[in-house]
Ligand binder design. Sequence first.
Ligand SMILES: [Zn+2]
Ligand SMILES: [Zn+2]
Length: 229
Amino acid sequence: MQGSISLSRKALIDRISVMTFVVAWTLMILRVATEMIAGTTGPVGLFVLLLGIVAGYLLADLLAGVAHWIADRFFERDTRILGPMLIAPFREHHDDPLEITRHDFFEVTGNNALITIPVVLLVAVFPISDGPLDHFLLTIGASSTLFLFLTNQFHRWAHMPVPPGPVRWLHATGLVLTPSRHARHHQGLHDRAYCVTSGWLNPLLDELGLFDRLERAFSSGRANERSDA
Ligand SMILES: [Zn+2]
Ligand SMILES: [Zn+2]
């Protein structure tokens, strides 16, 4: 009984989070569009817009990858606050990768909506001058928050045995995380291919060994602290 009550509360929070995100993001994009139409127009405006969208998409992939790496490699499922919100869902996903396909849109996107709302509000009130750089930054803000919100939906699609037709087209184009791109994460120790928005950054970050290097730096820092104590 207790479980069903907490599940209902979580479902309600997810729905409120998603609807609040959608309203806030829509208001924010109206402001961004108004500023851009009044300011940077023509070929320069189009270039700034496209560059900002791509940069925001890459930023979302990077941030999602960093959050995923932290959730997989640090803390425990019973860590206070972070445990149930962030750590447990990622660890449980390793145990049962198909469970995400049984969740509805609100459950899949609720947490990211809640976390992203403050950033959306910040972008909505960002003081800007009438120039390409500020418009570029606004576009990055709009793009990255939208794609962070959608990240777990992309992740879910990558696990679906038979995704809907339009999603199969997205997978064929490689525009979103593809099943093959994401499969590398579920092989072995789950210590590769952390980025789950587009997964475009995975080859680069894995080749650089970025997360391995950071982990080694953290563990040597901790060892030094222990030896100093
Ligand atoms: Zn993982
Ligand atoms: Zn997965």
